[in-house]
Design a protein around this ligand. Sequence first.
Ligand code: 5GP
Length: 208
Amino acid sequence: MGTERKKSETENAPGLLLIISGPSGVGKTTIAREVEKRLGGVFSVSTTTRPKAPHDQQGIDYYFVDHEAFDRLRGEGAFLEWAEVFGNCYGTPRDAVEKALNEGRLMILEIDVKGAMQVKSNMPDAFAMFIRPPDEQDLLERLRARKRDKEQVIQSRFAQARDEMHKAETCGAYDVFLVNDDLEPAIERAVLRVREELERRRGGGGGN
Ligand code: 5GP
């Protein structure tokens, strides 16, 4: 009817909590940011005790806090999940996730495997994607190409990355594994897969 108010795209639509993980150097941030941009999602800004690097922006890349503040927030139940990664604490603020999901939005968490396992066990409806390199050698080369770390740090990140990939494959938390062999096609596959999931949940006629 002509007088009916036009519904916004997300009104009454269930939100989708999307988890994106992958070893460092695999390109997951680029992929996650493109999914956010192309599908109109919201990117969760984590709280961390990691020291702020020169390229980091407070409140955009992370909320940088000290250990005392992190522990206080954790004690207050402010995090949906939290984990220690490379000796620093990282947590996902619960309020922002709940707000976005209540608004029917696509909420994106870029978190590690331990965090993904916590979220999936509390919120089984979350959709979890793991980004993999084509092979281990490729990952090692990407870590070196970033020119961010010394060889010793690179080797330690590489060992952790192998561990993380093994854990991701065996923990059962991930719905999809996506290989980043070539960035643009990998972004397109990720966007397509998330769009399909959104459509399925937003009444594509299926059972749920
Ligand atoms: P970076 O310090 O290099 O940005 O991130 C290091 C690792 O921490 C990445 O694997 C990233 O996905 C993970 N991470 C970032 N934020 C969170 C978070 O809120 N929770 C968990 N569990 N991991 C996070």
